[in-house]
Design a protein around this ligand. Structure first.
Ligand code: FAD
Length: 366
């Protein structure tokens, strides 16, 4: 029988023992790793996406952000790269491309987490930095097509070498769809045998300059675009051979293929989080603002996923929450050890943790 929320489920011996597990590798999850590191707590980080960065990387990688303290301007991707560099001294272990599906209390006070790919953790503390939910690709709705997922049907580009010499169909009008078409039709390494971009109409959400480049590639014969909708597929011996399209004039076209890459965008799914037994208000986890603890002992919630009086879904608010959540977790991870406030400017202990060797201050620094 499936365990119910709050049930104590015995841990499998193969579970990874951890001091802290962070659910979500968005900006707030990444900064949580840093704040935990300063308190001598190492973290595992899990994300449904195959890469880190959350909303800034998925939704606005090249757009400028102007309200990060001390950083007049940076892009969504630039912020993510900087957060990764900042947390690197604490060697976070990333488990990407997997969604946390289960969370159960243990008799010893720890939490058992399990992911969609079967990874299991036994952790003293859990930090839910799940934003608006796990980003899941918008799937192709076609009876029987799901049997090919992970083989000839893909929802993430992955390594371009997988497409070398293949007839590739790319479905979608997103930035990722156009980028994938440009990359796989580039006359460089790992070039596909043919690249066909398919979208139901000849207009795109992607950046106009990249769409122009895609049209130039089509004109040069390096790839092609077909306006149409997939309505069926042919298989033989469990292998996908072709898709059937309806075209805007109502006619049908059969397009042979080796690989089908569906990049129709992502939609956030709150998923099982709502069933984990913690108090929620309007799909957000209720926290106390002293430590950002949820109503479950040892579980904290930071960033867009939490709610409290005055909550604002801003990066700077999420970063502040990480600091206090780390202080809230320290007595659980290191019981009996005093939790001292130390400055990164002057604490030799923090310098050791960070692996830095500050030089003598100059007259200007004083
Ligand atoms: C277009 C746009 C522009 C913005 N501009 C600004 C701005 O200028 N300044 C500002 O301060 N804020 C801005 N924001 C808001 C800011 O992006 C968010 O506040 C911030 O991304 C929240 O970070 P987070 O880490 O809490 O969540 P997210 O960035 O949403 O990351 C959460 C991550 O958790 C993962 N996840 C969720 N559930 C699970 C699960 N069960 N298992 C595994 N992984 C899971 C998701 O896949 C995701 O990667 C903007 C937002 C948008 C949409």
């Amino acid at each position: 029988m499936a365990p119910r929320p709050g049930d104590v489920v015995p841990a499998a011996t193969s579970a990874i023992a951890a001091d802290a597990v962070v659910i979500g590798a968005g900006p707030v999850g990444l900064f949580q790793v840093f704040e935990l590191g300063l308190l001598d707590i190492r973290a595992h980080v899990i994300d449904a996406l195959p890469h880190v960065g959350g909303q800034p990387v998925e939704l606005y990688p090249d757009k400028p952000i102007y309200d990060i303290p001390g950083v007049p301007v940076c892009t969504g991707q630039g912020l993510t790269d900087a957060l990764l560099r900042q947390s690197a001294p604490f060697a976070p272990q990333f488990h990407l491309g997997q969604t946390v599906t289960e969370l159960h209390p243990q008799a010893d006070g720890r939490w058992l987490l399990a992911t969609s790919t079967g990874t299991r953790f036994l952790s003293k503390t859990v930090f839910i930095a799940a934003g608006v939910g796990a980003f899941e690709p918008r799937r192709l709705k076609l009876a029987g097509i799901e049997a090919h997922e992970g083989q000839q049907l893909r929802y993430h580009l992955g390594a371009s070498s997988a497409y070398a010499g293949q007839d590739v169909l790319i479905l979608g009008d997103t930035d990722s769809a156009i980028e994938a078409a440009l990359m796989l039709s580039d006359p460089g390494a790992h070039r596909a045998n043919s690249v066909t971009l398919i979208h139901r109409r000849d207009s795109f959400k992607a950046a106009p300059e990249r769409v122009t480049l895609m049209r130039e590639r089509c004109a040069a014969g390096a790839m092609r675009f077909i306006a149409g909708q997939i309505i069926g597929h042919d298989t033989q011996d469990s292998r996908l051979l072709a898709v059937h399209l309806t075209l805007p004039d109502g006619s049908e076209q059969v397009v042979p293929m080796d690989m089908l890459l569906v990049l129709q965008g992502l939609s956030p799914q709150l998923g099982p989080l709502a069933d984990w037994g913690m108090a929620m208000e309007r799909k957000q986890l209720v926290v106390n603002t002293e430590t950002f603890a949820t109503t479950a002992p040892g579980i904290f919630a930071v960033g867009d996923i939490n709610t409290y009086p005055g909550k604002r879904k801003l990066l700077v608010c999420g970063f502040h929450e990480c600091t206090l959540a780390a202080y809230g977790a320290a007595p659980i991870v290191h019981p009996g050890r005093p939790v001292l406030l130390q400055y990164t400017t002057s604490s030799t202990h923090l310098h050791q943790l960070l692996g830095v060797h500050p030089t003598r201050p100059t007259a200007r620094d004083n």
